[in-house]
Design a protein around this ligand. Structure first.
Ligand SMILES: [Cu+2]
Length: 282
């Protein structure tokens, strides 16, 4: 048939099969790659396993709550990792401590490797977990970057060591070539910036160790902060609106001396002739 020029297909003509007794309020279906499908039943609070082709229900497991989405790693792709299933349950009001208007909901880990589904774990999760996707861990672990090589950092404003840290003026632009390493910035004391200047903080994280990012924030910036990964360089632009002493600090907890990782910029009035100077650790 056709409605307003849009072709409409006959339901019977495009239906592969119908599953009898698939549970009350069927919501979402994922697949295990071994010929079976798993459908959540919101009203009858269960997951129903059925066979593709015969359309027969072969197993069902109660999940005790109103289950919405479910997740089999890769379960909506052509090659699922069909070992486990996670049921994501809504309205689990009586399950966990009431912590506010929005309650923790329940998720359940179910083993689907055998003929019968088996509940392994019930755990709290975010309120109404609306869809999730899982993938095999090696897809992440074999492709991850632990740090950027500092020697390969070709950023035009990078520094390779603290010795290269400096401050340069180009008209009203001030470029701060700053390094960060546990637990200080260099320079961490800057004088001679004036109201009307545009200051570029180019922060290079000199760390060559995994999971040691440093942050950077300065009072009055329009960006809340930078997060700079080991070996990387990022820039934050800052236009001080009035003279004064402005603190900056590391915003990522990086060591026991993290709170010491800070510095100051003295901003002089517009048009003043205070020389641009900087130092570290003095
Ligand atoms: Cu830090």
């Amino acid at each position: 048939g056709e409605v307003d020029g849009i072709p409409v297909l006959q339901y019977e003509a495009v239906m592969a099969g119908e599953v009898e007794n698939a549970g009350l309020g069927p919501l979402h279906t994922e697949f295990d790659g071994k010929g079976f499908a798993y459908t959540t039943a919101f009203l009858s609070s269960e997951i129903v396993k059925w066979e593709i082709g015969t359309w027969q229900v072969v197993d069902r497991i109660p999940v005790y709550y109103s289950v919405g989405h479910l997740m089999i790693p890769g379960g909506d792709s052509r090659q699922p990792w069909g070992q486990y299933l996670v049921a994501m349950n809504k309205m689990t009001k009586d399950r966990y401590l009431p912590t506010g208007p929005e309650l923790a909901h329940s998720a359940q880990l179910i083993d689907i490797s055998g003929e019968k589904m088996e509940m392994l774990l019930d755990f709290p999760t975010m309120g109404e977990p609306h869809y999730a996707q899982g993938i095999a861990a090696e897809l992440v672990t074999e492709n991850q970057v632990q740090m950027y090589q500092l020697t390969e950092n070709t950023h035009p404003y990078a520094v390779q060591s603290e010795a290269e840290a400096r401050v340069e003026r180009e008209g009203n632009d001030v470029h701060v070539y700053m390094s960060s390493i546990r637990s200080h910035f260099a320079p961490d004391n800057i004088e001679g910036v004036r109201v009307g200047d545009k200051v570029y903080f180019h922060i290079t994280n000199l760390e060559q160790d995994w999971d040691v990012p440093h942050g950077f924030a300065v009072t009055g910036a329009n960006n809340s902060e930078l997060l700079v990964m080991p070996g990387d360089t990022k820039t934050l632009t800052w236009e001080p609106q009035r003279e004064g002493v402005y603190p900056f600090y590391c915003t990522d907890f990086c060591s026991a001396l993290h709170q010491e990782m800070q510095g100051y910029i003295l901003v002089s009035p517009r048009g003043s002739n205070v020389a641009l100077t900087h130092n570290a650790g003095r």
